[in-house]
Design a protein around this ligand. Structure first.
Ligand code: XMP
Ligand code: MG
Length: 191
């Protein structure tokens, strides 16, 4: 058995994603010409998206990481956010491009944008592989979008279910039998 057998259907193939990364990397190089922005990759989900976009961006840029986790379900109130790993550089006066795997409710992004604003970033834009607009709870716009994804739980290419499937090279939907009953109610919001 392989991970592939758990996938019901592929939404975005390896080739689809490669094309999106090329398109956005080229657009960022154009938009940030001469600016040396910070590419801020959100762990762990955005790692594959980050390496593909940054290699497609022929412009000076620094790479930083942040790990922000949202709690959903259980006793934790939905929407509370924890900063687990902070970035290691001063963002004051810098142009920041947040690289995300998926924007769903928008809470994680809102938290990061406010944090960067407080610290005096000159500009903040967001480049997300996926935009799940139907899931939005707070008003947040994504500036660079790989794909508009339907309101389904997706895995692969960085996105996980129980920390697995991140190493699938494509994005897809799991077969329903893969989920445990307790999880099917609270699927959204895993990082
Ligand atoms: P919010 O809701 O704050 O959350 O925009 C964004 C984070 O929630 C996770 N998320 C998902 N993870 N499949 C996943 O594997 C999904 O369909 C999904 N929807 C949201 C993700 O970690 C993202 O950073
Ligand atoms: Mg995430």
């Amino acid at each position: 058995m392989t991970m592939n057998n758990d996938i019901e259907r592929v939404l975005y193939s390896e080739a689809d994603i490669a094309a999106a990364a090329q398109r956005i990397g080229a657009q960022l190089a154009y938009d940030y010409a001469g600016k040396t922005p910070i590419l801020l990759s959100v762990l762990k989900g955005a790692i594959l998206w980050t390496v593909d976009v940054m290699r497609a961006m022929d412009e000076y840029a620094e790479i930083e990481f942040i790990d922000v986790s949202s709690y959903h379900g259980g006793v934790e109130s939905a929407g509370s956010i924890e900063l687990r790993t902070d970035l290691t550089t001063d963002v004051k006066g810098r142009d920041i491009i947040i690289l995300e795997d998926i924007v769903d409710t928008g809470r994680t992004l809102k938290y990061m944008i406010e944090l960067l604003e407080q610290r005096g970033a000159a500009s903040i834009k967001v480049a997300s592989l996926l935009d799940k607009k139907e899931g939005r709870v707070v008003e947040i716009d994504v500036d660079y979008i790989g794909f508009d994804v339907p309101n389904e739980f997706v895995v692969g290419y960085g996105l996980d279910y129980k920390d697995l499937y991140r190493n699938l090279p494509y994005v897809g939907v799991l077969k329903p039998e893969v989920y445990t009953a307790e999880d099917s109610a609270t699927l959204n919001g895993q990082d």
